[in-house]
Every structure is written in structure tokens, then in C-alpha cells.
Design a protein. Structure first.
Lengths: 311, 424
């Protein structure tokens, strides 16, 4: 077992080739797929994979974003710019519309809208009749995701049944579904956070500015860095500090980007992709552990959300 | 260029661990992740908390691999889980398959993408029925490299004679199976001996550690050259583009399942049988002189030939015959038994065909490896089955070519994947 004779791909080339293969399978097997694009780093990688999978043709799917209305303006601006550069169709649906319809009811005005994205996503799937949604989830992110298939079947309520998943063998993917059901496809399932950053570095992909070290007002709440006074797209401030909290200006960057209410930055002076790759290689805290306030609620919270239709 | 990229890249190795929690399998994976520094502080804190909650003194590394709520409640592994670690030179995808008897299907699933299997043996118990079953399945799915990890050496006082006896027992039955490349490693996953570090208690063992073997095992499924097989996934025809140069563009998109192809090579398209030459090979804006196994590329041909998804491009010198009757080793995956009166869908490469069962030659008892007569198949059964197909497929024997020798069986009423087949 000592020879490495046969020509093989580097690990990034292998992961890319697998992701291209999965995207083409979705396009070949499904009649009306969509690609979920948030402007975050994982979905930015997916757009490059989609270019490699389908150019010089158009993408065989529109880009879809479910906006909580509480996203960082830099990310929303980036999302629109990237879609325009690619010349691809972008569909945006918002949790606020679901709130107006009464299908999302917040327990209190400050409740995180993150988990309510599931409702809006399912409504969007129904509105357009999508039979597959391509998402950028990775198995290294979270332990429920570690057990999810690359082509993950969801019933007509959008539910994931972890104990009753389709066996997935070789590279033979089964993306079949009946009307009303759908498939969630995860082309970068086998990528880790490190792979994503190395791919961004290799492909020289542009990112929203908040991924790089910048100074912003924060408070330290239960050990986590919580950004405060964050302006929304309309200029209104959100994440106001609680009474008695001390605001400090800290040099931070985001490792993961989502709803403002549940994504926290890490202290960092990494202002280039190269520096972030090095930092990722030497970090001692997982991506979600550091930055996702929503996953810490309970050991099973991601599994629970997925059963309810979440990505 | 970053610090990480300066290291040599030995690609990616997918491997499988088989054994039950009792053999220390989860502890082994935990140890591998822990000693390669893949486990980060907050994950460790979380399992420390859980270990304490369950009244354990030391940190239970096996908790790292419990994923689902029901698994944590029952202390078992239900489903295949995938784990990742990297050494800087090589990336690993670990498929963690449960060891219980009823989960043969999960092991076959995990084995289907693996190029190496680690079979765990508890040094106190030696070669068990379960060991034979795992070895048979690894062999059936044609995993080229096996590592027999004789674990829990700490519980037999690191005694060399125990290890040698297990090695001899294992080789005696492996010979009958015809497994070629087997390595034996004594270890204690609990204490970390011979996993990543050598430790100090197995001085009589001069062989490589587990990680040494993983670092140098071939990443490719096979070291012998294979025939070129290119199932077409998708056809790119950007006619409506504003660019007139693209008006006649026809790109055939897919992943090279096996073999190699170069610009200028003569190819045959199946099922039409028409022959032409490769005009160009592309990935995005990049022009390639050639492409090889596992690359996702776009192939352009010299002549205009009608090709669609499900067709296959092969080298004219390596042609193959379309087949409408096949025999295969089948693993039944569904709780609903195979119904011989029904028609199923077979998915082979990018091609689908209706199929009916023509006969079941025998069923294999996976514990004794004996052939027994069977007229039906239930979940976890393995049998040799003959099928008649409505549409021809372009296949090789699984033993020669994993990509074109494998298929899945789909029940069209539920769309479930109910079986896996390996063509003989």
C-alpha cells in the first residue's frame, strides 16, 4: 500500500468534481430545480461550481434567497451584485411577507426569524413548484447534517425523516419525487470549512466585506460577541444593546453569515483570504460553536429544525 | 500562496470503519479525530458535559459520533455518518457504519464509496461471526484494501500472542474469500496506542501505525488501468446566447467514470454506435488536452451526433455490448420485501430502465457465507439475481469497473431506493 502511481485529483479538485457531478444530476433528473443563494461563503462557492457545471450555457435553475429582513446590508448588496454579474435570475422571498400573510407569527417582536425561514422557504417552493432545492449545507457543520444524504427527500410538509432516509450508494443519486414532495440537494456535503476557504483562495472568489476583519460595536453577552446597533437595509438599527451592557469597538470578522439576530463574529485581524486560511487551520473552536447562537439551544436543535423543513 | 497549500497534496481517501460500539469503533474514530486535532475545543466541552451527565469519569470519545436524538437516547448508531479529518497532506472522508446485524444495508451503503476498510476486532473476543460478515461485505463491494485493527490490546496486557492468534485465525478464513491486501495492526484506541501515535506499550510491533497506512494507501479505487467510460449527464446547447460563436456549441457534460480520454481520440457513442473524434475537453473556461477518472468535464465532438442524457461515450477500441439481461449480486435495502411479480426501475450510470426479476439463483448467508435457495428477498438479504431489462444498459462486470458495474433499484410507487446491485 505504499505507491501512489495512478493519476489522482488533488483534494480540492476531487471535491469540485463531485459537486459539479451532483449539480448536473439535479439538472438531469429534476424538472424544476432552484439554487439557494444567500450571499454567504458556501453559496458563493456553489455559484462557482455551477459556472463550472453549466457554462457556456445558462444555469438550469434560478437563484432563490429567503430573506429574513434581518440580514447584513453588505451581504444583501453582494447577493444582488453577484446575481447581476452572472446574468442569472434571482428570486427573493421574505419572512416579512409570511408575517403579513399570518403564516409566520413571532412570539415577540425581537424573536429570531432564523427558524421561521422554513415557512417562507416552503411557501416559495409551493409558489414556483420547485421539485428540488440545491443548498450549501455541509456535513462537518453539525451532527444531524453528518447523517443527511446528498439528495435528501422531503415529504409534502417539507419534513426530513432522519430514520427513514433513502440509501445512497456509489455516485448513483436518486432525486425522484412525486408532486408536492421535493428534494434538497447538497453538492458540497463533503466539504469542510477549511475546504471552503481553500477553494475561495484558489478560485479568487469575491466575498462580502464582513467576512474580513473590521471594527464594529459589540457587547459581550454570555461569553459571545454580539454585534449591536446594526443598520438594516433601510437604515433602521437592530440588535440594540440591553440596559447596562457596555459597548466596545472590536476588530472582528464573521465565519458564518446569517440572520443578524443569531450570527456572531469572532475576534480576528485576518483581513485577507490567505490570513483566514491560516487562522482556520489553527482555530480551536468549531464554526457553529463560535458563531451560531441558535445551535446551542439544545443538543438536537438542528435535527429538530430540519424535521420541520429547515435546510 | 498560503501555508496550507505549500504542503504536498496527496488527494482524498474515503474509508469505512466496521464494527460495533462494543469493539470500540466510535472510540477509534474519536481518537483519530482527536489526535489529528480535528476535534475543536467547544465540541470537546460538549462531550465532556454529556460524559459527566451520564456519570462517566473520563471523556467518552465515542460520543463524538452519535448524531441523532434516538441514537443518543438508545446509545446506538442507526445510520451511516460521515466524518472528516485532514493531516495537511491528505483529506479523509470517514464513513461510519453501524455494526449490528440488522444494518447490513448501511454497511453496504458506506462501503460503496470507500477505497479502504478498517475492520475492528476486540482483542478479548477474537474473530467473531460479525468479523466474517463485515469482511465478506467489504469484499463483496470490492474494497481493495483492508486493515484489521485488533483493538483493546490494553485489556489483554498488550500480549503479542493474542494478536498473533487473531491474525492467524483471520487469515485462515480470509484466504477462502480471496481478499488480497490485508494489514493487521494491534492498538488501543482508548489509550491512543498505534492509532496516530505509537505509544509505549506495543514495543514488539514494528509495523506502521493506523495513520501511517492511511497516509500512504492509494487514493484511487484501482491501480490497474480501466477502460474509458463517460455516461452523459447533461447536454449543453446555449443556442439563445448572444454570442454567435456558441450557436453550434454542443457540449456533452459528465464525469469520467473510469479510464482516460484525450483530444483526438476516436470514440463511439452508445446506443447509436456512431463513431467520431474528441474535438475538445473543457472545464469552464479551461481547455484540457486529456481527462481522467473522476474528473467532471465537458466533451465536444468533431461530428454532429444526436446524444442525450443516459447515452455513453466510450473509446472505439474499448467498445462494449448493450445488454438487456444481467445477473448481479443484490443487497435488498427496503423493509418491503422484493415482490417478484412487480416491475422495478434500475438506475445504472445516468440511465434508467424498467426491470423484472427473471430468477433468484441463491441467497448468501452473510454469517457463514453459504449459498442457500431463496424465492424472495427481505431487507439485508444478499442474493444473486437475474434481471430482464426493458432498455439496454452499457455495463462492465463490477469486479472490473465499479462505476459501470453498479446499479440501484428504485420502487416507482414510493420512489425509494430499495436495492443495490453489482453486475457479475
Amino acid at each position: 500500500m505504499t505507491v501512489l502511481t495512478k493519476q489522482t485529483l488533488s483534494h480540492l479538485d476531487w471535491l469540485e468534481a463531485e459537486a459539479i457531478h451532483i449539480m448536473r444530476e439535479v439538472a438531469g433528473q429534476c424538472s424544476n430545480p432552484a439554487l439557494l443563494f444567500s450571499g454567504g461563503k458556501d453559496s458563493i462557492c456553489m455559484l462557482r461550481v455551477a459556472e463550472k457545471a453549466f457554462r457556456p450555457g445558462k444555469f438550469p435553475f434560478p437563484l432563490v434567497h429567503v430573506d429574513t429582513g434581518h440580514n447584513y446590508p453588505e451581504v444583501i448588496a453582494f447577493r444582488d451584485k453577484r446575481a447581476a454579474e452572472l446574468g442569472e435570475r434571482l428570486i427573493v422571498r421574505s419572512v416579512e411577507d409570511s408575517m403579513k400573510r399570518g403564516t409566520v407569527v413571532l412570539k415577540h417582536p425581537g424573536e429570531s426569524r432564523n427558524k421561521h425561514q422554513s415557512v417562507t422557504l416552503l411557501e416559495t417552493i409551493e409558489e414556483f413548484g420547485f421539485d428540488a432545492c440545491i443548498g450549501g449545507a455541509r456535513r462537518d457543520e453539525e451532527k444531524a447534517r453528518a447523517k443527511e444524504r446528498i439528495m435528501s427527500f422531503r415529504d409534502e410538509f417539507g419534513q426530513w425523516d432522519p430514520k427513514n432516509q433513502r440509501p445512497e450508494l456509489w455516485d448513483l443519486y436518486n432525486a425522484r419525487s412525486h408532486k408536492g414532495e421535493n428534494i434538497r440537494a447538497f453538492p458540497i456535503s463533503n466539504w469542510t470549512e477549511m475546504d471552503v476557504w481553500q477553494y475561495i483562495e484558489r478560485e479568487q472568489l469575491e466575498l462580502p466585506s464582513i467576512y474580513f476583519a473590521h471594527t464594529r460595536p459589540v457587547v459581550i453577552r454570555q461569553g459571545a460577541i454580539v454585534p449591536v446597533n446594526v443598520p438594516l437595509v433601510g437604515g433602521e438599527l437592530t440588535n440594540l444593546p440591553k440596559a447596562g451592557e457596555e459597548i466596545v469597538d472590536l476588530l472582528v470578522r464573521f465565519r458564518t453569515v446569517g440572520d443578524i439576530s443569531c450570527t456572531a463574529p469572532v475576534e480576528s485581524d485576518a483581513d485577507t483570504v490567505e490570513k483566514i486560511v491560516v487562522e482556520t487551520a489553527t482555530t480551536t473552536i468549531t464554526e457553529r460553536g463560535a458563531t451560531r447562537l441558535d445551535d446551542q439551544t439544545s443538543e438536537a436543535s438542528m435535527e429538530q429544525r430540519k424535521k420541520e423543513g429547515y435546510f | 500562496m498560503s501555508a496550507m497549500e505549500k504542503l504536498e497534496d496527496h488527494g482524498l481517501l474515503r474509508f469505512l470503519t466496521c464494527g460495533s460500539v462494543d469493539d470500540g469503533k466510535s472510540t477509534l474514530i474519536g481518537r483519530l479525530l482527536f489526535d489529528t486535532k480535528t476535534i475543536l475545543a467547544d465540541t470537546l466541552t460538549a462531550i465532556e458535559r454529556t460524559s459527566q451527565k451520564r456519570g462517566m469519569e473520563a471523556v467518552d470519545l465515542s460520543l463524538l459520533t452519535d448524531g441523532l436524538q434516538a441514537e443518543r437516547e438508545q446509545g446506538i448508531t442507526i445510520d451511516v455518518a460521515y466524518r472528516y479529518c485532514t493531516t495537511g497532506t491528505r483529506k479523509y472522508i470517514i464513513a461510519d457504519a453501524p455494526g449490528h446485524e440488522q444494518y447490513t444495508r448501511n454497511m453496504v451503503t458506506a462501503a460503496s464509496t470507500a477505497n479502504l476498510a478498517i475492520i475492528l476486532i476486540d482483542a478479548r473476543k477474537g474473530v467473531l461471526t460479525q468479523t466474517r460478515r463485515h469482511s465478506y461485505l467489504a469484499h463483496l463491494v470490492n474494497i481493495p484494501h483492508l486493515i484489521v485493527a485488533v483493538n483493546k490490546m490494553d485489556l489483554v496486557d498488550y500480549d503479542q500472542t493474542v494478536f498473533e492468534k487473531i491474525r492467524a485465525d483471520y487469515l485462515a478464513f480470509a484466504e477462502k474469500l480471496g481478499i488480497q491486501d490485508i494489514r493487521f495492526i494491534p492498538m488501543s484506541a482508548l489509550n491512543g496506542d498505534m492509532v496516530v501515535d505509537r505509544g509505549e506499550r506495543l514495543g514488539w510491533y514494528n509495523g506502521p501505525t493506523l495513520l501511517d497506512v492511511l497516509e500512504t494507501a492509494p487514493a484511487a479505487h484501482t491501480e490497474t488501468s480501466e477502460k474509458f467510460r463517460f455516461p452523459v449527464q447533461y447536454v449543453c446547447r446555449p443556442q439563445d446566447s448572444a454570442n454567435p460563436e456558441l450557436h453550434d456549441y454542443r457540449g456533452f457534460m459528465g464525469r469520467v467514470e473510469s479510464g482516460e480520454i484525450a483530444v483526438g481520440d476516436e470514440v463511439t457513442v452508445l446506443p447509436s454506435g456512431l463513431t467520431t473524434r474528441v474535438k475538445a475537453i473543457e472545464i469552464y473556461s479551461q481547455q484540457l488536452p486529456s481527462a481522467f477518472s473522476e474528473q467532471s468535464v465537458t466533451i465536444l465532438l468533431a461530428d454532429e451526433i444526436d446524444i442525450s442524457r443516459g447515452d455513453m461515450i466510450v473509446k472505439t477500441s474499448e467498445a462494449l455490448e448493450p445488454k438487456k439481461q444481467i445477473e448481479a449480486m443484490v443487497c435488498w435495502l427496503s423493509e418491503q420485501p422484493m415482490d417478484r411479480a412487480r416491475k422495478y426501475l434500475i438506475r445504472h450510470t445516468t440511465r434508467d430502465s424498467k426491470a423484472m426479476v427473471a430468477g433468484i439463483e441463491y441467497r448468501v448467508d452473510v454469517n457463514t457465507m453459504e449459498w442457500v435457495a431463496a424465492d424472495k428477498l427481505a431487507m439485508n438479504d444478499i442474493a444473486k439475481v437475474a434481471f430482464k431489462l426493458a432498455q439496454p444498459i452499457f455495463c462492465d462486470a463490477y469486479a472490473e469497473n465499479r462505476g459501470t458495474g453498479a446499479f440501484i433499484i428504485i420502487d416507482e410507487s414510493s420512489n425509494n431506493t430499495v436495492g443495490a446491485g453489482m453486475i457479475v
